[in-house]
Unconditional design. Structure first.
Ligand code: PRX
Length: 647
């Protein structure tokens, strides 16, 4: 293969090395990962076998009977040698509010938090819900859970009380850690009050025993006697030493709820050994980390999503690197904030999402040009396909045509990157996540037959052919759903739910979800969740939610709602319906378009023709295709007119 591209590295040998190493890594995944496990992680007890089980039965296990602790590998391991190096470099909402926490300091505080949790009754195997702002303590609580063998369930602080209650109920979590308030873009978010609402719901009654409250703004909040605990003083009173619980490699490290195409969000479960190894190795490879830990690495995601778990907390600390944590937004106090931070903290590696790049690009080049961005070496992108225009702006204006852009494709379930270009080794193509990571055996399948499509220039669905350590092992409490969603669609393969194209050079281009999952600003939202929030409103009898192309968010949310007989359309009703979705899920899921309608385009057998709805919302009503099977074709024109009037 000869790649003639201006984004190719100067030498071909690095690329050839990648190709050879990748071939080896998938020829014998056990040999590859077995060796990595020994060299990259510290074990209390070695493992008996590298890998057992497979996709077919959904019983994959890695590093069987090995014992280790993830927190040990993140912190204790680095004390000798890097104890005084900054582990967490934090910048708060105000640019002047910064903190540098060394590995030694971080370990002390994590031990204190561990002891405080234990003193309150948290035990190995318990689930701890974390609903916190981006303060350093959020990482520390995650690490403390890992240390004592509890597993965390972090809920992004933009989720509503309803969403929290659902997740607490599903996980049976007795423990909640939160803060009085969050602070973002100069605005205060009443996190404890939202937790209070969640804990008061029927779903949570009798479930939560204790709610630990950190002070972020020191606002006086409601504290329920017997349940709520002021955590800062309790933590400060603890000894700064706490032994690490030896965990089985296959014990649970955390669960993270994510949206699927049907029903309630699923608790994607990750394990101690496999996830830790995968987080460490992909972090090191995709961002070409310096072995001595001297990089200043910034991922500006939120800890509440998988990107935050793997690439703010675990990946960087497992590698002994300095991880930057950011509490605010890219627009506060102005849209130069990211670049100002790069200059002030001399950030070397910067990782964000296409939606952020697009929203900053709109303001032009003046803001980035004001700052010294010469410390940057690698720019990462994640969350959705990046459009070539945004890619080029990132590469040219932010990276000054001098940095590698790492387009990292992965998902909550994969634990870490599965397709990404190795900076400096794999030639880049704007918009393609390029080639699989080591140990990842990707194929393109024909969606209809499930057969592997050989050769290049093919399009189908993406699948992975062999287990890898970072893959999710189950959905908490619902293994059947796990099998149905990931393992059964194409037996013998893991199915991530994305379509893709393999181009003439063998490069992968993700074409987006092939199920009913939306990707809005890099956030995954199930259409079924939005629909159920809408039909819970008395004015709506039926709802069909679809995504449509959105310039900044990637995808916008359009909700077609059939109103209950007698209910009139109005702006205030549309507003109410938007609020209903915000209340059920969270503000990030707010619909862009509410389209009230008397009826929806249905086939004669009663199925909603979503394809037609998608085309209408996308403004492509001239490409509706065959609508002859519709029970009543006249509804189509009515909807076209309505959407045109709204846009
Ligand atoms: O559709 C893919 C898209 O985001 C989905 C995973 O979402 P989530 O589990 O929330 O994790 C987001 C952060 C990893 C995938 O199924 N996706 C993620 N990264 C990319 C992407 N699509 C194209 N290119 C990417 N780099």
């Amino acid at each position: 293969m000869v790649l003639q591209d201006k984004y190719a590295p100067n030498t071909n040998s690095a690329f050839e090395h990648y190709q050879a190493e990748h071939r080896l890594s998938i020829a014998d995944t056990s040999a590859y990962w077995g060796e990595k496990a020994v060299t990259e992680l510290d074990w209390f007890q070695g493992f008996d076998s590298v890998q057992q089980g497979g996709f077919l039965h959904g019983d994959v296990a890695w590093f069987v009977n090995g014992k280790l602790n993830t927190c040990y590998n993140c912190l204790d391991r680095w004390i000798e040698g890097r104890g005084d190096q900054t582990a967490i470099l934090w910048e708060g909402d105000e640019p002047t509010d910064t903190k540098a926490i060394t590995y030694r300091e971080c370990l002390r505080k994590v031990c204190q938090i561990s002891n405080a949790l234990k003193a309150q009754g948290v035990k190995k195997g318990d689930c701890v819900t974390i609903y916190m702002p981006m303060m350093p303590e959020v990482s520390m609580v995650m690490l403390a859970c890992a240390r004592i063998g509890a597993y965390h369930s972090v809920i992004f602080a933009g989720f509503s009380a309803d969403a929290i209650a659902d997740r607490i109920e599903a996980s049976g979590s007795k423990w909640v850690v939160t803060a009085d308030e969050g602070l973002r873009g100069g605005k205060k978010l009443p996190l404890k009050a939202i937790c209070d609402q969640a804990m008061a719901k029927d779903a949570c009654r009798g479930v939560v025993e204790k709610c630990f409250v950190f002070a972020r703004t020191s606002k006086t909040v409601n504290m329920e006697t017997g349940r709520d605990v002021e955590f800062d003083s309790l933590v400060a009173a603890q000894r700064p030493y706490c032994p690490c619980e030896p965990m089985d490699s296959e014990d649970t490290l955390f669960i993270l709820y994510t949206s699927g195409s049907t029903g309630k969000p699923k608790g994607v479960l990750h394990t101690v050994g496999g996830y830790s190894l995968y987080a460490k190795v992909t972090m090191k490879n995709s961002f070409d980390l310096k072995e001595d830990g001297s990089d200043v690495y910034a991922c500006v995601a939120d800890a509440g999503w998988i990107t935050g778990h793997t690439y703010i907390v675990y990946g960087p600390l497992l590698n002994g690197t300095t991880t930057f944590m950011f509490e605010s937004t890219p627009m506060y106090p102005d849209h130069g904030r990211y670049w100002d931070m790069v200059e002030r903290h001399k950030i070397n590696i910067f990782y964000t999402a296409p939606t952020a790049i697009r929203s900053l690009m709109r303001f032009g080049d003046d803001a980035p040009n004001k700052y010294d961005l010469s410390s940057l070496r690698i720019l990462g992108t994640v969350g959705e396909p990046i459009n070539p225009e945004a890619w080029r702006w990132y590469y040219e204006v932010i990276g000054r045509s001098n940095c590698a852009v790492a387009d990292t494709y992965w998902q909550t379930e994969t634990g870490g990157h599965v397709i990404a270009n190795l900076p400096g080794a794999v030639p880049m193509k704007p918009g393609s996540c390029t080639l699989p990571c080591y140990g990842i055996d990707t194929v393109v399948l024909d969606p209809a037959t499930g057969k592997e499509l050989e050769g290049n220039c093919v399009e189908g669905v993406l699948a992975i052919k062999q287990p890898w350590p970072g893959m999710t092992r189950t959905c908490l409490g619902d293994h059947e759903r796990y099998l149905t969603v990931y393992m059964k669609p194409y037996p013998g393969y893991y199915f991530p739910g994305d379509g893709c194209r393999r181009d003439e050079d063998g490069y992968i281009w993700i074409t987006g979800r092939v199920d009913d999952v939306l990707n809005v600003s890099g956030h995954r939202i199930g259409t079924a969740e939005v629909e159920s929030a809408l039909v819970a409103h008395p004015a709506v009898s039926q709802a069909a939610v679809i995504g449509f192309p959105h310039e900044i968010k990637g995808e916008g949310i359009a909700c077609y709602c059939t109103l209950t007989v007698g209910v009139e359309e109005s702006d205030s009703l549309s507003k109410e319906l938007k609020t209903a979705v915000r209340t059920a899920i969270g503000p990030f899921a707010t619909p862009d378009l509410i389209i009230p309608t008397a009826s929806l385009p249905m086939t004669r057998s009663g199925k909603i023709m979503r394809r037609v709805l998608r085309k209408i919302a996308a403004g492509e009503s001239d490409q509706l295709g065959d609508v002859s099977t519709l029970a009543d074709p006249t509804v189509v024109q009515v909807l076209i007119d309505k959407v045109e009037a709204l846009q």
